[in-house]
Design a protein around this ligand. Structure first.
Ligand code: NI
Length: 177
């Protein structure tokens, strides 16, 4: 497997709604190659989530892995590496909370985005089973951010105040609480 280049904001593919994944594709050698590349790329770039369109594959597949212990988002509960195929989000409570989000496709920047904090995600797993999980708080934000990529949406589209788009160093100096 290999680290792939991550497309950056401005690349048109990041703005294109991705195609549903055909179940025949799941488990194929092509599929395993793609997921392997995504995992290597995520680890190489040091992120917590990556959507297939970010490496140029316009399909509805994303991986999320939240390691235990301190991350650049602070101390978090962990979530093992999981592949989400054709995910769908249902908002269970529209009340929002904001976080300073970052994105591997928008390197060096952080933006403050408010999103609903209680969601249900349904998706197909790698064994072709339908799964459902409920997420709250920062996890709910992470999942919405990743799955937005499958609709050609970036976190900057969700911002309500462009004054809250800042460089990482300035974020650390002036906005980190
Ligand atoms: Ni992103």
């Amino acid at each position: 497997m290999a680290t792939r280049q991550i497309l950056r904001m401005g690349h048109p593919l990041l703005r294109k709604p991705a195609q549903r994944v055909d179940t025949d594709f799941i488990g194929s050698s092509e599929y395993r190659h793609l997921v392997g590349d995504m995992v290597d790329t995520l680890h190489d770039y040091g992120g917590i989530g990556l959507a297939a369109p970010q490496i140029g594959e316009s399909i509805r597949l994303a991986i999320i892995e939240i390691p235990a212990g301190p991350t650049r988002y602070g101390d978090l509960d962990s979530m093992p590496l999981t592949v989400f195929i054709n995910p769908h989000i249902e908002i269970l409570d529209p009340a929002t909370t904001g976080y300073w989000e970052g994105c591997l496709s928008i390197p060096g920047l952080r933006g403050y985005v408010e999103r609903p904090q209680h969601i249900r995600v349904s998706y197909t797993d790698e064994e072709l089973r339908q799964q459902e999980i409920e997420l709250r708080g920062f996890f709910a934000t992470v999942f919405q951010h990743e799955f937005d990529h499958l609709d050609g949406c970036l976190y900057v589209d969700r911002m309500t105040d462009s004054r809250n788009l800042v460089f990482e160093l300035e974020y650390e100096n002036y906005h980190l609480v």
